[in-house]
Design a protein around this ligand. Structure first.
Ligand code: WTA
Length: 649
């Protein structure tokens, strides 16, 4: 224990040889950027290819920002054409390995061709600039190709994670008003096939805005794929007939690039809207400097393209930098618990960016798995998605990074578009579990409930806010600007701060330590899940009268879902019913939202004003002594609930 404390208090400055070669190694970058953030970001935007240069760097009509106004560019040109023309035509852009072990490499020239072909396919199906396209695919290169093809023709995409259910897909298609759906017959996961096309068909049953469905033949059994003639089309058939020349549309900097749905504190997912110039500037810059990208790197971000991390750090950030991106379809423990380490050795991965939940699972599985493989190609590690605990950080450092790789613990959100708080690997002395400090050009503060900052130089805990607009910030919530204002900008409206929804500590040296959400959003294995969304799914079941959901501490997933449910009058509790309720949630939202624990109770603890006391439920679920119950309407509810809980756990 004492040893761990000592290690945790340790600082890890960059090794001299790493710092010497790093893309950034001069700490004055922080001051330079802070002195004139617009000039800093404009300098970064210059790295991109613009077909028309901007007139104005930024415009801020709180809470609406615009960046690089008057500028025109195309994201796919920046990710492809400029590299093909600039000497990287034969460089690998995407190296893919499927779960069954099939591999495929696309050079920049080949990826460019595939994207052009698919852009032509989209146009031939009537997709025009401004039309939305929903993408529901496994982690296969076609996901990146589809995204880039949408970007090429100016059709905003809405990628829906392949693990989401038919109902979730339907809701997102409906909200975005998508015209076209791109999916696959299935994807491989732990040796089985996830039948995406079946889910897609269910999502489209009844009324829908979708006119056509383009289907990737991933699992190789086209005859077993359910098919609606006239509506469904095979990707490979359309692409084989398409020309590989497609002129990219010059888009306005503020044209919508994509919508990505994420969970909020109400049941309805929020469609985060990102635009073109600012987003690409943010993704490109952060990717280059935080991961210290070099031309000979083989970069692997393990996130699925269904999440923002997959958008910014599997597709747009690395490809815009001309990097070689490794992409893997399947699970880390298939066929064995060393799959990641095997892949790193085989593909000579140099940069690995993954999530604490995965690291904690690796820790549990034991060091014998990484030890079986040569991981010496790695030179930098990253972490994202949730707070990393010091033990996991140190394990990652030692057993994956061989004590030589810097670790960048990166804090950001779907809304921020790009990494916001992070170490810079050639500059920062890292501390296990601290995300260091705001990226150059980003202005953050830790404030109290009133929005007043912590005293300068002192240590303290509060709420994280961003005080100035940044290029890759969300512009609004798709179709709901009022909610955009309410969720992010109303809490500190007088100060004009963006409220992130996270608690943070700032230490005496000015380093930030992220402490997790302060709202009703859970973080389950790095995925944002709203308590309300799970509650609505439970209440949707005919036997359920009321439900309350909390995230309880879990040593691998960070948080696990605990649900407290009261049944309707006359419904008999049974183990079968409990299993059915869990399955109902998985079916309604997706398997990641299946509750770990489910407790049937006669009543839920409520305040006199009728609010469910989640804090008490958390105390109960985590087996802690109960906190203050004086505001409870009926204190006996808690004791009976506690007994019940103890009975069933
Ligand atoms: C959490 C994922 C601590 C945080 C990029 C945030 C983190 C939410 C970190 C956003 C980190 C992300 N340390 N917490 N390094 N990174 N989070 O939108 O609570 O899926 O608000 O974006 O994840 O999740 P999202």
């Amino acid at each position: 224990m004492a040893e761990l404390e000592q290690e945790v208090a340790q600082k890890f400055p960059p090794a001299a040889d790493f710092a010497a070669q790093a893309n950034w190694n001069d700490p004055t970058i922080y001051e330079t950027a802070a002195a004139d953030p617009d000039a800093f970001w404009a300098g970064q935007a210059e790295q991109l290819v613009w077909s028309r240069k901007w007139d104005t760097v930024s415009e801020w009509n709180p809470p609406h920002a615009k960046w690089f106004l008057g500028g025109q560019l195309n994201v796919s040109v920046n990710c492809l054409d400029r590299h093909v023309e600039g000497g990287r035509a034969d460089k690998a852009a995407i190296v893919f390995e499927g779960e069954p072990g099939d591999t495929k490499t696309y050079t920049y020239a080949e990826l460019h061709q595939e994207v052009c072909k698919f852009a032509n396919v989209l146009q031939s199906q009537g997709v025009q600039r401004g039309d939305r396209v929903t993408i529901y695919l496994p982690m296969i290169p076609e996901a990146a190709i589809a995204m880039l093809a949408c970007a090429r023709i100016g059709a905003p995409h809405s990628v829906v994670f392949g693990g989401f259910s038919a109902d979730s897909l339907r809701e997102r298609i409906h909200d975005s008003g998508s015209k076209l759906l791109i999916t696959a017959d299935g994807g491989w996961r732990r040796g089985g096939v996830v039948k995406l096309k079946e889910a897609a068909d269910q999502a489209l049953a009844g009324e829908t805005t979708i006119e056509h469905v383009i289907v990737v033949n991933r699992t190789g059994k086209p005859e077993e794929t359910p098919w609606t003639a006239g509506r469904d089309l095979w990707w490979h058939e359309l692409a084989s007939d398409a020309s590989d020349q497609n002129e990219a549309v010059a888009l306005d900097s503020e044209d919508l690039l994509f919508i990505l749905y994420t969970s909020g504190s109400t049941g309805k997912p929020k469609g985060i809207a990102h635009t073109t110039g600012g987003y690409l500037t943010g993704a490109t810059t952060t990717c280059k400097y935080i991961f210290d990208l070099k031309d000979d790197d083989v970069y692997w971000c393990t996130a699925d393209v269904g999440w923002i991390t997959g958008h910014s750090y599997v597709v747009y950030g690395p490809l815009s930098n001309g990097a070689t991106v490794f992409m893997y379809e399947g699970a880390p423990d298939w066929p064995a618990r060393d799959r990641f380490w095997e892949l790193i050795e085989k593909h000579k991965i140099t940069i690995l960016y993954t999530a604490p939940t995965a690291i904690r699972a690796f820790m549990k599985w034991g060091t014998e798995w990484p030890e079986k493989h040569d991981l010496s190609s790695l030179r930098l590690l990253g972490s994202v998605g949730e707070p990393i605990n010091p033990e996991a950080w140190l394990w990652y450092h030692k057993n994956v990074g061989g004590e030589r790789c810097p670790i960048v613990d990166t804090w950001w959100q779907t809304e921020t578009g790009a990494i916001m708080i992070t170490p810079l690997p050639g500059i920062s002395a890292t501390k296990p579990a601290s995300a260091s400090r705001p990226f150059p050009g980003v202005s953050a503060l830790v404030v109290d409930e009133k929005g007043d900052p912590l005293p300068e130089g002192g240590e303290g805990v509060g709420l994280l806010v961003i005080t100035k607009p940044w290029p890759s910030m969300l512009r609004t919530l798709w179709g709901d600007d009022a909610r955009y204002k309410e969720v992010y900008w109303s809490k500190f409206a007088d100060k004009g701060y963006y409220f992130a929804g996270d608690g943070a500590k700032r230490d005496a040296e000015g380093d930030y330590w992220l402490l997790g959400r302060v709202d009703d959003v859970m973080n389950v294995a790095g995925h944002r899940v709203s308590t309300m969304e799970v509650e609505s799914a439970l209440v949707d079941h005919p036997s359920v009268a009321e439900a309350a959901v909390i995230g309880k501490a879990h040593d691998i997933k960070g948080q696990a879902i605990s649900a407290f449910v009261t049944l309707k009058e006359g419904i008999e509790p049974s183990p079968e019913l409990m299993a059915e309720l869990k399955a109902h949630v998985a079916k309604k939202i997706g398997a990641i939202c299946r509750p770990d624990d489910l407790f049937l109770t006669a009543e839920l603890p409520k305040t006199r004003s009728g609010k469910i006391m989640r804090r008490l439920l958390r105390d109960i679920a985590e087996g802690r002594a109960l906190g203050d119950t004086t505001t409870l309407a009926d204190p006996s509810v808690v004791s009976s609930l506690k007994d019940k809980y103890t009975d069933e756990s």
